[in-house]
Design a protein around this ligand. Structure first.
Ligand SMILES: [Zn+2]
Ligand SMILES: [Zn+2]
Length: 358
């Protein structure tokens, strides 16, 4: 920030002549200056850079220090003058502090000090809310261990039978072992994206459009010698950006349908044939009998069958407060250990997943 000095004015109390700050006696009636206050020129307006004194001698005078008051004749004199210009007294023996009525210095803006504990208080507040959130979620998503009674149990034994047989299929691609292949004609396969001219599209771009300038505020303090020393008043400029609409050509596409030959065929495949299920609530589950599964009993020529077994063992636990939890036993042994009416300790997650506590 630039530092500059501006000259003030004072008004002669005898003849009312306005005098420049540099003079220590009235330029009209020659009365030595005494207690007349200095004021800004023009009166009431804040000093500007344009008013800065450039003459080297005036700058020296502005920075020489406050005027002194002669204790013999009362006149005000420049700090850099050794003798009183009015009565000739020596500054070293005659100087008093020059006193002016009223505050010459611009009032200093009070700096607002942050409350010293403020940062800590904010940090503590954030920590408290994070802890509360963690506690809340750990309570909601908590895994509980409870004592519960077995109130229901059921089992299901399923035999899944697959048969190797002639299966009819269709599609664009025929497998190598297909037979009785029939071309069903052309069918829609997919759409190709094909460019079909261009479209004009608008977009916005940031472009420089002149300057944006701010002037830093001017702050001055009186030197009590007819001058003020000021800082600020300089301009800071930055490039200003505007949004501008522009246009460009972008390719446009259209869908072009592609057709391909479609076939039907037959092939030997393993395919799901039937499920045979036994279920119940008894202590000891049983599998469907060989008679009811009837593997390869009804096969045609060259056909084969194979079977796969699936078991599901369900147990329902009931808490003292009535809440029920379904549990699936992993093995028949585990299912048989969980007898009706027995009490066990179980672990229940927030997702109602149940595990046994050994
Ligand atoms: Zn005068
Ligand atoms: Zn004097």
């Amino acid at each position: 920030m630039p530092v500059f000095h501006v000259e003030m004015r004072w008004r002669c109390s005898a003849c009312q002549q306005e005098n420049l700050g540099r003079f220590k006696d009235c330029q009209q009636c020659r009365k030595p200056k005494d207690g007349e206050p200095f004021y800004d020129a023009p009166e009431g307006a804040a000093p500007t850079v344009a008013q800065a004194v450039v003459d080297e001698q005036l700058i020296r005078q502005a920075t020489a220090g406050a005027d002194w008051s002669c204790k013999f004749c009362g006149s005000h004199q420049r700090r850099d003058s050794g003798l009183c210009g009015n009565c000739g007294a020596d500054q070293s023996g005659a100087a008093r502090e020059a006193k002016y009525d009223g505050a010459q210095a611009a009032p200093q803006p009070k700096s607002k000090k942050d409350w010293p504990g403020r940062g800590w208080a904010i940090a503590m507040g954030v920590m408290a809310s994070v802890l509360t959130t963690i506690l809340f979620f750990s309570w909601v998503l908590r895994t509980r261990e409870v004592r519960a009674e077995i109130v229901a149990r059921s089992w299901e034994h399923k035999v899944l039978v697959e048969r190797y047989k002639i299966v009819a299929s269709e599609g664009f691609e025929t497998p190598s072992d297909a037979f009785d292949v029939v071309n069903q004609g052309q069918r829609f396969h997919h759409n190709d994206k094909v460019q079909d001219g261009t479209t004009r599209e608008s977009y916005s771009e940031r472009v420089a459009c002149g300057q944006e300038c701010t002037t830093t505020p001017t702050r001055c303090t009186t030197n009590n010698n007819g001058f003020k020393t000021c800082t600020g008043g300089d301009q800071k400029c930055s490039t200003k950006y505007c949004s501008e609409t522009r246009y460009r050509e972008v390719p446009r596409y259209k869908d072009v349908p592609v057709h391909k030959d479609y076939f039907s065929w037959k092939a030997w495949r393993w395919a799901h044939e039937r499920d045979v299920v036994e279920s119940g609530t008894e202590e000891s589950p049983r599998w469907p009998s060989d008679d009811s599964v009837a593997l390869e009993k009804n096969c045609g020529p060259k056909e084969k069958e194979r079977a796969d077994r699936r078991a599901i063992y369900r147990v329902v636990f009931k808490e003292e407060d009535g809440a029920k939890h379904e549990f699936t036993a992993q093995t028949l042994e585990q299912f048989q250990e969980l007898a009706l009416g027995e009490s066990r300790t179980i672990r229940v997650t927030a997702n109602h997943e149940v595990t046994l506590v050994p």
